[in-house]
Each structure stands twice: as structure tokens, then as C-alpha cells.
Design a protein around this ligand. Structure first.
Ligand code: HEM
Length: 128
């Protein structure tokens, strides 16, 4: 009776939380991203841990506290340009390197994040 692990179980809560904290420490230093985020990253990191837990097949922590994710709608107040989507993905890729997330699980997770990030784009780049 082989039961397939969810990506959340495979990565593990401890490593996922470390990924999110590392990711936001990089976002905070990124010149294209820092200006559109609040100075305090503790609340957004807490929400992102809840969201990614359920995104990866773990318990629906985000929905329990905040309702339907509607991620594109929740990003509409913030100008998400193609440049910022690239920056977001670059911070995530670096964070995966730093915490040592490797192999197929990383490739699949990153590929999904790549698609979700494209979906969040709501503003064109200007002056190019
Ligand atoms: C919230 C930027 C992609 C998940 C936010 C916020 C900003 C932001 C500025 C609001 C911070 C605040 O509370 O003031 C971006 C940019 C992206 C991006 C520039 C580039 C594509 C993503 C992706 C995901 C994601 C791909 C999920 C896989 C979240 C979550 C929140 C959030 C869960 C919290 C929503 C809430 O308030 O409940 N993002 N984001 N974001 N973002 Fe993104």
C-alpha cells in the first residue's frame, strides 16, 4: 500500500518555513522589489508560509484564516511588472540554493511558481 507523499510532506514544514524566511530576506534587499513591500516582513512571511503549505498539498492554513486565496486579485493593488516577476523568481531561486532544496521536488516546485508568477503580472514595464 504505497501512499504518495504530497510535495509539502516531501519538503517538510521546517525547510519550507526556512525557504520563506530566506526568500523575504532577499526580497527586502532587492532594488526592484523592496519598494513595493512593507518594511516589516513578518506578516507577509507568515501568510506566505500558510499559502505555500496549502499550495504544496498540506493543510489549508491560508484559506482557514483568510478565505479563498484569489492571489491575482490580492496582488492588484501592487504593480507587478514583468521585471518584478523575474526579480521575485530570482530571489526564490537563490533562496532554494541557500537552504539546499534540490532535485526533482525543487524543479517541480519552481516550475509551478514560475507559472503562478506570470499569472500575477498586472502592469507593463515602462520605458523599454
Ligand atoms: C502578497 C508582490 C508573486 C504569494 C504580496 C504583496 C506584494 C507582493 C507587494 C503584498 C505585501 C503586503 O502585504 O503589503 C509580489 C510580486 C510578485 C509576487 C512582485 C511577482 C510575480 C507571488 C507568487 C505567490 C505570491 C508567485 C505565490 C506562489 C503572495 C501571498 C501574499 C502576497 C500569499 C499575501 C496575500 C495576503 O495579503 O493575504 N505579494 N508577489 N506572490 N503574495 Fe506576492
Amino acid at each position: 500500500n504505497e501512499k504518495k507523499l504530497t510535495p509539502f510532506e516531501e519538503i517538510g514544514e521546517e525547510k519550507l518555513y526556512r525557504l520563506v524566511d530566506t526568500f523575504y530576506s532577499l526580497v527586502a534587499q532587492h532594488p526592484d522589489l523592496a519598494p513595493i513591500f512593507p518594511n516589516q516582513f513578518s506578516e507577509i512571511a507568515r501568510k506566505q508560509k500558510q499559502f505555500l503549505t496549502q499550495y504544496l498539498g498540506g493543510p489549508p492554513l491560508y484559506t482557514q484564516e483568510h478565505g479563498h486565496p484569489m492571489m491575482r486579485a490580492r496582488h492588484l493593488p501592487f504593480p507587478v511588472t514583468p521585471t518584478r516577476a523575474r526579480a521575485w523568481l530570482s530571489c526564490m531561486n537563490q533562496a532554494m540554493d541557500i537552504i539546499g532544496l534540490e532535485g526533482l521536488i525543487r524543479e517541480e516546485f519552481y516550475a509551478r511558481l514560475y507559472l503562478t508568477a506570470q499569472h500575477m503580472i498586472n502592469t507593463p514595464d515602462v520605458g523599454e
